[in-house]
Design a protein around this ligand. Sequence first.
Ligand SMILES: Cc1cc2nc3c(=O)[nH]c(=O)nc-3n(C[C@H](O)[C@H](O)[C@H](O)COP(=O)(O)OP(=O)(O)OC[C@H]3O[C@@H](n4cnc5c(N)ncnc54)[C@H](O)[C@@H]3O)c2cc1C
Length: 331
Amino acid sequence: MASYDLAVIGGGPAGLAAAMYGGMRGLSTAIFEAEAFGGQLINLYPTKPVTNFPAYATIDSRDIALRLADQAECFGAGLFEWQPIEHVSRDGDDFVIRAADDSRSSGRPGGNGASKGDPSAGREVRARALILALGLGRFTPRRLGLADEARFEGKGLTYRLPPIDEVHAQHVVVVGGGDSALDTALSLRTVADVTIVHRREAFSAYAFSQQRLAEADIKLVTNGEIVGLVAHDHLERVIIARTDGSTVECPADLLMVSIGQVPELSGIKGWELGLDDSRLPVTSAMAASTKGLFAAGDYADYPGKVKMIATAVAEGSTAASSAERYLLSMS
Ligand SMILES: Cc1cc2nc3c(=O)[nH]c(=O)nc-3n(C[C@H](O)[C@H](O)[C@H](O)COP(=O)(O)OP(=O)(O)OC[C@H]3O[C@@H](n4cnc5c(N)ncnc54)[C@H](O)[C@@H]3O)c2cc1C
């Protein structure tokens, strides 16, 4: 079982800053992220121009995420993305951290390329100190709500953009009208014929993305919702009902649903850390009441808390410094 001085769960800005500081302070450090690194910056608002991150008049949210991950890697932290942690237990003073069996180490939409091999899917690692940087929780994709939807997963229906060089579809339908849907459609257009289905007339994506969409050769079906999927072994067509009462059928050997992500924390209640599914109270040193356990970012709670990228980064740094002090006190 791999063993670290410090493990960080959650790869948003708080966790990435904690991993960077852990590495900088010479601790063997590993960070585990269920999705691509970046947290809310990648999953909720990937193309937002952020105007309150110090030292930048404006910087895209995705760029902040990529830079933080690169910096953590530069200082020697082990970066593991697509590694959802499903359980944490104690063995003496150590933490035993188990990644879910279904974790994957590749296919990293929005990722920064920093993920290293040695995926710990279904395996356990040990750490002497632990920082929880869980943010709002793990993101799960919103589904279409069709009765037999689950049957099509892996048979042409997906909720996450696969690596483009692994897309072999000819006809792709993308559902959604936000930035992720448009980014996804524009990426897929380089390898396939693409149709976007959106339930409204207007798109909510940034004007810049809409401009790129207008210039791309992508078909649009607006005021429409997918009401049926047609398949034999694999998806072949989608049926779209429009608000004017008409029905449209579109060929689709890949259906990419991009209608948002819902964060949730409920899985952590089973961890042997006495957590519930709300925020974790911490001291000004970001220490929880459990020995060796720290928290940072949106998941950490204290009076006067402000939830921002800059405060998440600051808290991650404080948590790592406190973890170092704790480890020194134990040796
Ligand atoms: C729409 C929106 C716009 C915003 N705009 C701004 C802005 O302009 N400026 C600003 O300063 N702030 C902004 N914020 C707030 C800012 O994004 C958050 O404060 C910040 O992302 C918190 O960082 P974090 O690392 O604590 O959490 P998160 O960013 O939520 O990251 C937590 C990570 O932990 C991972 N995780 C959770 N559970 C597990 C598990 N079991 N195993 C592995 N990984 C797990 C999640 O997948 C996630 O990636 C915005 C927030 C929203 C929702």
